[in-house]
Every structure is written in C-alpha cells, then in structure tokens.
Write a protein that binds this ligand. Structure first.
Ligand code: FES
Length: 106
C-alpha cells in the first residue's frame, strides 16, 4: 500500500468515540462511525487547538470542544465555522488501520 502508513490496531478506535494518534509529526483524530473509520487532522481551523478527537459526534459531524466549530468527518470541511481540516483516506489491513498521508508529509 504505497503512501499508506500503519497507525495501529483497529481496537484503539471505538464506535462513536474519537482517538488521537501522532504520525509523521501530525496530530490525527480517528473516528469510527457506522462501522467505518475516518481520519482528520486533529487541529481545529479556528484557534488551532489540537482537540477534535475529544469532540462530540452527531452523525458524521464532530464538534470541537473548545468553541463549537463543527466538521464533517468524511471531508474535513467545516459545517459550522470556516475552512476545513485535512482528511486522510483510511484502509484496514488485517487488524491494523492505515492512513494515506500527503506525499510531502511522509
Ligand atoms: S479551537 Fe475549535 S472551535 Fe475554537
């Protein structure tokens, strides 16, 4: 899987909850929703707190616990507030999760 990086076991992410992993100098928030995994940059576009993994989930939307900006897990686009956070394709291989990072990151 060229471009994909192993970020650890599937079980670190529970349905409906966020998890934080550090990979290639990035803070990445992982989520499991309706059986699918999502990875977005953990750093909110508002005031750059690295807290999205602690956000409340409603459907495919996560709310930053700091001031309430919200993001779509599937795209990283803000649904309340402005801008976006990076989203990363996720794959499962065996019992591990892999994410694809931009070429200049790895
Ligand atoms: S830092 Fe996330 S909403 Fe302000």
């Amino acid at each position: 899987m060229p471009g994909f990086v192993n970020i650890g076991p599937l079980h670190q992410v529970r349905e409906g909850c966020g998890a934080l992993v550090h990979c290639a100098g990035l803070d990445i928030a992982l989520f499991k929703r309706e059986g699918s995994f999502f990875a977005i940059n953990n750093v909110c576009a508002h005031q750059h707190f690295s807290m999205l993994h602690k956000g409340r989930l409603e459907g495919f939307r996560v709310t930053c616990p700091m001031h309430g900006w919200t993001y779509d897990l599937r795209t990283g686009k803000a649904t309340t507030g402005e801008g976006s956070v990076a989203s990363y394709p996720v794959r499962i291989e065996g019992e591990n999760l892999f994410i694809e990072l931009p070429g200049d990151t790895v």
